[in-house]
Design a protein around this ligand. Sequence first.
Ligand code: NAD
Length: 508
Amino acid sequence: MTTAQTTTSPPATSVVAHWVDGGPFAGTSTRSGEVFDPATGEVARRVAHASAEDVDAAVASARAAFPAWRDTSLARRTQVLFAFRELLAARREELAAVLTAEHGKVLSDALGEVSRGLEVVEFACGIPHLLKGATSENVSTGVDVSSVHQPLGPVAIISPFNFPAMVPMWFFPIAIAAGNTVVLKPSEKDPSASLWMAERLAEAGLPAGVFNVVQGERTAVDALLTHPDIRAVSFVGSTPVARHVYETATAHGKRVQALGGAKNHMVVLPDADLDLAADAAVNAGYGSAGERCMAVSALVVVEPVADELVARIAERSRALRVGDGRRGCDMGPLITRAHRDRVAGYVDAGREAGAEVVLDGRGVEADGGADGFWLGPTLLDRVTPAMSVYTDEIFGPVLSVLRVGSYEEAVDLINANPYGNGTAIFTADGGAARRFAGDVEVGMVGINVPIPVPVGYHSFGGWKSSLFGDSHAYGPDGVHFFTRTKAITTRWPAPSHGGINLGFPQHT
Ligand code: NAD
């Protein structure tokens, strides 16, 4: 993905700071980057780019706060989470406005993002139940064994630009509830939501140092991945960076879950309700301008219904209003000019490779600033697996239609793809749907559901190059990731017991 320009000159506009030890922290770095309003194309503010020393300060704060937070009662930790939940629910529109201003997604979509993050906060409010261990009484005469789940220590969360509130909330509510302390490194492209959440956590009564934020880019990430006091890393972003994060942080002895990029296929069988499928393809292909890791980007249509389905998708897409997310539009701008231009480049790349350009989003008339990062819905038909529009993760409002002759061909295509984040099938045949759920090598499957993001009490994660590590995000996997198990074997002998026995412990 593209990066905003980094400079060492003094900032002219306000600078989004770090958050360390319970308050804003300017840091020592003189480097900063631009943060745009994507609907106007203007630089709205700047963001500090942390140095390794700034990261040290944040980790030191998390480390110092850990012993007291680990020992804080479950009752008290839960109260903080409930208070945060209330603040988030009451002020969700405020956070949504922060998201729209820097990311560009339309306000209704930004509200949806907040709701999906809230879901994980609510799950984490149940931490007393989730942390219950297990006890076996009298495993040997007079001996009991219990397994308890304890926190890890300071953990790092590194998040992408496309969900600046939800993705951090996939991790920090559970990490904190389980007794860890956190250093969040949000995307440098839309950094303000992280501070909004830090302020609300402080208001909710979270002690200083339990939640810290370092702003910045690669320098900050690499300092976290190699820091001796960071115990675990939760990362979400593109696959090359996820691989780098996984390899570097595991080589430094950390527990890592690194969620990567995606190419999500939606299969439409000939018996599907084509109106339902067309609605779903438009919503999942163009929602949030296609900048979702669960966006549908490859529509795999089993003939003979492709002509009809493409016509219905094109008709719906032409009616979409593209523009400033604050003006009630359907679809907002892309995140940066460079990213917009890169995505727009796929229209020609597709055409030159032999695809049919049904809709070209480059000429869209947007209801927004003349210099906004606009690209309208783009629909490419007769795409083949060798074309770059199929092999690359485009991460924009470009939907590619691949026409296949059979269910088997559709599944082979999906399973040959290096990514395995989400997929969906549209059909009226329960047997076919059930078979699909079993056959596809993908972590999340929707049956007549185009964006199958699991609820907060199930876990989210892809397979293959969409996730490195063995824990998915949030839900039961999240609790598992942010705790380690200790088995305690106990004997309180009666006064007459004891004696010498050098043999290996056996059960009597
Ligand atoms: P990105 O990989 O460019 O950046 C993600 C994070 O890594 C950011 O915090 C960024 O500052 C940092 N980073 C970027 N380059 C780095 C480098 N070379 N070394 C170290 N750190 C680096 O991703 P993005 O453009 O912000 O987000 C879009 C990507 O995220 C897409 O590929 C999308 O599929 C993926 N994503 C995946 C999921 C998922 O659940 N699998 C969810 C959301 C987004």
